[in-house]
Design a protein around this ligand. Sequence first.
Ligand SMILES: [Zn+2]
Length: 588
Amino acid sequence: MVWDLSPLVKNTDPSAVKSDLKSMVAEAEEFRDRYRGKVTLLDAKGLLQFLEERDANWLRCEGQIKYCFLLYSADSTKEVAKGLLEAVRYAQMRRNQALAFIDIELAKLLESKPSLIRDPILSEYKHLLEKLARKAPHMLSEAEEQLVITKDKNGVNAWQLLQSDWLSTRTFDIEIEGETKTLPYGEIIGLYESPNRDLRKQANQTVYENLGKDEIVWASAIRAVCDDHTQMCKLRKYPTAMTQSLIDNDVDLQTVSSLMKTIEKNVGLYQRYLKLKAKLMGMDKLANYDVVAPLPQAPDTKYHWKESRKEATDSYYEFDQELGRWVSEMFEKRRIDGKVRKGKESGAWCASWLAGKSAYILQSFNERLGDVYTLVHELGHAVHAYLGSRNQKPSNFDLGMCIAETGSVFGELLLTDRLLKKATTKEEKQAILAHVLDDFGMSAFQVSARVFFEQSLYDAISQGEFLDGETVADLWVSARNKVYGNSVDWLDVMKWEWTMKPHYYLANFRFYNYPYVYAQLFVFALYRLYKEHGNTFIPKLKGILAAGSSKAPYDIAAELGFDITQEAFWQKGMDQAKEFIDMLEKIA
Ligand SMILES: [Zn+2]
């Protein structure tokens, strides 16, 4: 359960790693000295060499960078890890500074010679160049970009810092078993999924009541962040508040509109699930603090590491031998850190290691059903990296948010299939289906409420409305009600729910929500197609994963015969969710 990071570096001795980091910076500076100011003069052959060199350069330094970050994430209390983290952050900053000229000069080159994009010599990099060309008209001059970075540091970025500092330093009082406890934010939110209903209610009540007390701060922050974005859109000539996000995520407006219309048409399906869940929990109606709560009758099964490893590997083996072998290799070569320890980063993720054609997974494995799902999810990311690194150059494996979750969510559905077949009791099956549907509901529907909310913020601003706390809260409540209807009873204080989402305060990162909806429905639709077409679908899924970012999501889907600009495609994903709900209804 403990990973082996040594293959990432030539020598794990900290001074050797530090000296590798120094060479990495020197190599980037040498590259800069050779090319800076000359990129705009390159012909197709020269550009190919430039891009290939840049990719090769990344493969040479990837291991040492990841080694330092991964070492620290597994145990931040170790002095060696702290020292190497400091060293890698400094080295990366120097490297980024040295290479900052690349995008700006490439954009200029493509503006003056757009025919390069279609040059057969550059065919492997075609989509990379297309993406750059789409960004080019919105870039400012190098001096202006530097100025934006400088003023953002203490300008719009500071709101984000304030929001996260506020949350992480606040404490909340809550009564647990007759005793008043004072908990930090990170701990109290753990109670949202407690089996004890009263605790869930209290935790929600106390957190949002306190957040609401500072509505003035949150409304100021939201206003400033939104207004900054509106102003920057004007400067960068983006026609709408969403355009930048569409370009970053490599999708078009029609696709996102069809996706969101499908959500609106299917809110009744989600509400049907919520009513069914209420019935399973022995209630007339769910309160907001019951929506993701565990079913009271769910069996308290412990999943040990060994059997979880078998469930995970077999889930992938049953789908495809090659995928199964890679998943198995992740365990054999100790690429997974599942051990729970102090000083370990919370959450779970998978870091691809392209040079090693593999990946590393970090997770704190607590032997619950949810942990097995997380393990299989992260292994799906790993499989994506195995396929991508074997088929693509690093710059063609820079996954956008819409595509990045394809392997991982698909893997979860494979596990669901397997667990449902193995389950012997009604309660076990209910727990598995509720787990899948709770996740689906959050990623597809709850997140959609946030998409509607964010859009309404910009609409209000463009109509000259002043956004005070109550106005923003009204916008949130109407976006939320659009999704939930009257299927859930909300505590009054939940109108302040928008105050704690860090993403609303992130500078230059607007409209980050719809990619989650996209990813969820996309994979559910793919899974539906797998169920309909059987084994002939397997190479298609592998093709999607192997494509990395070398093609636009639209083209990847089109090659498989689907049109993601149409609602009919997205409805397939809903049909899969409906099937799970039907299954659960039958055994309720
Ligand atoms: Zn993921």
